[in-house]
Design a protein around this ligand. Sequence first.
Ligand code: FMN
Length: 316
Amino acid sequence: MNILCEHLSINYPIFQGGMGNVSHAQLTAAVSEAGALGTVGAGTMKPQELQKIILEIKERTNKPFALNIPISVQPFLEEVIELVFKHEIPIVSLSAGNPAPFIQAFRDKGIKVISVVASVKQAIKSEAIGADVIVAEGYEAAGINSNFETTTLALIPQVVKAVSIPVVAAGGIGDGSGLLAMLSLGAQGVQMGTRFIATQEALVHEKYKKLIVGANDTETVIVGRTMGRVRRLLNTEYARKLQELEGEGITLDEFNRLTDEAHHIASAIHGDLSEGHLNSGQIAGLIDDVPTVSTLIKTMITEAKTVHGNLNAILK
Ligand SMILES: Cc1cc2nc3c(=O)[nH]c(=O)nc-3n(C[C@H](O)[C@H](O)[C@H](O)COP(=O)(O)O)c2cc1C
């Protein structure tokens, strides 16, 4: 059996990455119920709202799910961690900050810790301080990206070489071939964000799903590079406006305000595309349907097995 699946008690080596404002109860529960790992994106969510979501997931599935805590942006860190303990959430994923002060407390309660990194150095540090699993995310990924800009293809084998805990590849994966490619590079599984937005269960605005399905390979843009706040977005008018303002020397505070949660929710959830940005990875160009989560996961596993079989003939 795949070590990762055994470690986390899941059937398939596929994570749905935490997505602030997007991976709520319905999507997270559907992914876990389908045998992969669903992840609630705590983002900047208030504890009360998060508790409701946790309870709803527990009503929908009794399979394991994870809670993503973006350390540097979550304003109610202590309360959110208390919720993890109170509701005995079996897995946490820590991103966007230094996980060192938190890992031991989770481990003491038997909670598995996933650390999201973007470099070999961060991966080695995460292993040293007790992380159970590394998610290594490349520059193809949706949303907030590392300033290192290392691509998934280059990052994964280097991280795999440097650590001995399971590594999960994120950024640029959207089908069974992508899954197989990452397993070939030594990852134990994959984490996807963009692909899961275009599913039946994702509670985002239909316009967001349509834009991902209609996107081609060059339909994402980077904003914030000059300010050290790299973000990958769909190339909407709002994203182009952000680029323009950046070129005109907008302040970091103003940039942060224009890319905050309220603007993301206005666009992603309410469909007011002129009011906010839409996170998307480069893999959007490959996505051309909106399946149920269960169909997506089954299809990916079948594809990976088929491609694996075909490779034997090519390499003979
Ligand atoms: C709408 C959206 C919101 C996201 N929010 C978060 C977040 O709050 N925390 C986090 O660690 N990653 C976040 N991500 C990144 C995903 O968890 C995942 O690692 C990434 O999307 C993988 O790359 P892909 O989009 O190419 O599949 C977000 C991604 C999207 C699309």
